[in-house]
Ligand binder design. Structure first.
Ligand code: FES
Ligand code: FES
Length: 189
């Protein structure tokens, strides 16, 4: 039976330092990675049509913020976990960080900038958030309001518990949840 050789810690460290010389770094087999292709996308956002040339991997969130200057829609986690990026697509709420801009083509997209009335008039849900102090830092608020509008439109307002359940995908680090539920109840009424 062969006895396996024992290495000291010093020998392992010395061997490790020599590895790059022994094993040359792998070179890419197929040359540089292909550049992402641009595609042309037509988006309808807040009633306006935009024709854009975009990286085909661009999310709706990044496109709204970086190409259309609609900074009201916030990037929190960028992974579908916080709700800060909520917008409406054909009257359904969606997480714009999880939707490619290309997927939004042909849909009516509405962001927080698009819900108010003429001359700066607030949407009733916006007014209710103010009336109930349903925000502190305000970072989550555009997403909360877009979800709140969908909550009322889809009639998930039978009780405070039902509202909380529907709104559970919208996180608020400031803990303004009690005011948010009260605001939704006021706007519903
Ligand atoms: S930024 Fe989209 S869910 Fe958090
Ligand atoms: S108001 Fe600050 S995160 Fe919600």
């Amino acid at each position: 039976m062969s006895e396996s050789k024992k290495f000291t810690r010093r020998e392992v460290l010395i061997a490790g330092a020599a590895l790059p010389a022994i094993l040359p770094l792998a070179t890419p087999a197929a040359g540089p990675m292909a550049a992402p292709s641009d595609s042309s996308v037509t988006l309808q956002v807040n009633g306006e049509t935009h024709r854009l040339s975009l990286d085909s991997r661009a999310t709706l969130l990044d496109t709204l913020r970086e190409r259309l200057g609609l900074f009201g829609t916030k990037k929190g986690c960028d992974h579908g976990q916080c709700g800060a990026c909520t917008v409406h697509a054909d009257d359904r709420r969606v997480l714009s960080c999880l939707m490619l801009a290309k997927q939004a083509e042909g849909k009516r997209i509405v962001t927080i900038e698009g819900i108010g009335g003429n001359n700066g008039r607030l949407h009733p849900v916006q007014q209710a958030f103010l009336d109930h102090d349903a925000l502190q830092c305000g970072y989550c608020t555009p997403g909360q309001i877009m979800s709140a509008i969908a909550c009322i439109r889809e009639n998930h307002v039978g009780s405070a518990g039902e509202i909380r359940e529907y709104m559970s995908g919208n996180l608020c680090r400031c803990g303004a949840y009690a005011g948010i539920v009260a605001a939704i109840q006021q706007a519903t009424a």
